[in-house]
Design a protein around this ligand. Structure first.
Ligand code: PEP
Ligand code: CO
Length: 460
């Protein structure tokens, strides 16, 4: 089947099987919300989505590296509370998340000696696919939590009734988040000298400080060298303004359809809810509703590949989503697990290479390495996360593919959700500050540990 065939429309996904959608109690209320979404301004512009596609084409060519990272599930509650000092919690949390992202990116840029494309899981990551439809509580089974754009997380049957008005709230919160991201990244917060000094603070206080110091002091010397050459670090736009683009899983198709617009310049359709969208591992059936929907919009698209992905199926997905073989259009985000990546990734790389598909290969080392502790906490170990990234690099290098990037779940805050890292977070500590709505995230310091390790890997 041709990809951009004439039968495609923003609603043609409705003729296909749509997995992981809420059971809205009132269909007409959903239609009304979608009409209202249609009448609201786009969150991102088609021209920006094209810029991200072009940047991803550079990654596909091995001339750049992708850092895609953010929350597992953003929370409406972040916008309803204050910090201890009376500041808006949302603003502080977004700033901290951005700060860590910029710090990671600076280290990776130096390690790779290449541009690092920064894409947040941010400003719209409000919907979650789930493995089970129900959740057990002391009062019995209730519908599982699917994200704040659908219902509340409170563990009661009543809280879990899907409410389409939440799509509008999700839109407005995404707009506020994006506004702050644009402000921070263009308004001096991203100044490289500043970002580097944050990294030096991290190195100075890290138990692995000695190890990281080598790289940090090289960056220091590189900055001093530029200054000595007469480059005014504070006045050079590339050194104090950056682009941080947005992405989320394009799971809730009523919402995505509501934000899909025809670009007046090119006449092409774009999903203007985010710059990049990805299709989850559970909803990537080639003949399913999600692949149908995303085959027709011109944003850069990601697709998660779990251990169940088979080479022929992956090639078929490439055909469905990128029949034109345009570099930058399609990113495959593999999440196979540390123990499976060496065996399972090469056949996928080979099949896609044989099909001459210009795919960006990215490693999500989070979703294949989860386990539950005896105490009942969902967690991931830093060592397994690093081991999957190393396995990904090895497999790509052996097959002549470019290891194009990493896709992470992290938060800027000092949460205790993932084990290990330089500070060797232990199982007994998980209860200290376990706050995630869904999957366990790297905390700020674990994220920086990871960036330094990946930078080391890239220089090898
Ligand atoms: C996710 O990225 O949060 C997620 C659910 O991933 P996957 O589709 O790979 O399971
Ligand atoms: Co997740």
């Amino acid at each position: 089947m041709a990809v951009f065939d004439s039968t495609w429309s923003p609603s043609s996904w409705r003729d296909r099987e749509a997995l992981q959608q809420p059971e809205w109690p009132d269909g007409e209320a959903v239609d009304r919300v979608r009409d209202r979404l249609h009448a609201l301004p786009p969150l991102v512009f088609a021209g920006e989505a094209r810029q991200v596609r072009a940047a991803l084409a550079e990654v596909a060519a091995g001339r750049a590296f992708l850092l895609q990272a953010g929350d597992c599930a953003e929370s409406f509650h972040d916008f309803e509370r204050l910090t201890d000092t009376g500041a808006a919690y949302s603003a502080v949390a977004i700033r901290e998340r951005l700060q860590i992202l910029l710090q990671m990116a600076a280290v990776l840029t130096y390690g790779a000696a290449l541009p690092v494309l920064k894409i947040g899981r941010i400003a719209g990551q409000f919907v979650k696919p789930r493995s089970s439809d129900v959740e057990r509580t002391p009062d019995g089974e209730i519908p599982v939590f699917r994200g704040h754009m659908i219902h509340d997380d409170l563990p009661t049957a009543r809280a879990r009734i899907p409410d389409p008005e939440r799509m509008l709230e999700g839109y407005h919160l995404s707009a506020s988040t994006l506004n702050l991201v644009r402000g921070f990244t263009k308004g001096g917060f991203a100044d490289l000298t500043q970002v580097h000094s944050w990294n030096q603070d991290f190195v100075a206080t890290s138990p692995q400080g000695k190890r990281y110091e080598v790289l940090a002091s090289e960056i220091e010397r590189a900055l001093a060298f530029m200054a000595a050459c007469g480059i005014d670090l504070a006045a050079t736009p590339q050194l104090h303004q950056v682009d941080v683009w947005t992405s989320h899983e394009g799971l809730l198709l009523d919402y995505e359809e509501g934000l899909t617009r025809r670009d007046s310049l090119t006449g092409d359709w774009y999903d203007c809810s985010a710059h990049m969208l990805w299709i989850g591992d559970r909803t990537r059936a080639a003949d399913g509703a999600h692949v149908e929907f995303f085959s027709g919009v011109h944003n850069p698209i990601g697709c998660k590949l779990g251990p169940g992905a088979d080479p022929d199926e992956v090639v078929e997905l490439c055909e469905r989503l990128n029949a034109e073989r345009a570099p930058g259009r399609l990113t495959m985000i593999v999440r196979l697990g540390a123990d499976r990546v060496a065996e399972a990734l090469p056949p996928l790389l080979r099949a896609v290479a044989r099909a001459e598909q210009p795919v960006v290969w990215v490693c999500d080392p989070m979703h294949g390495n989860g386990f539950t502790t005896a105490g009942g906490r969902k967690t991931r170990h830093f060592d397994a996360i690093m081991a999957e990234i190393e396995g990904f690099f090895d497999a790509c290098r052996a097959e002549g593919a470019w290891p194009g990037g990493v896709h992470l779940e992290y938060t800027g805050e000092n949460v205790t959700e993932c084990l290990g890292g330089s500070e060797e977070l232990a199982e007994e500590q998980l209860d200290d500050r376990y706050e995630t709505l869904c999957d366990p995230r790297l905390n700020g310091r674990q994220s920086l540990d990871l960036a330094f390790r990946v930078a080391e890997l890239m220089r090898r």
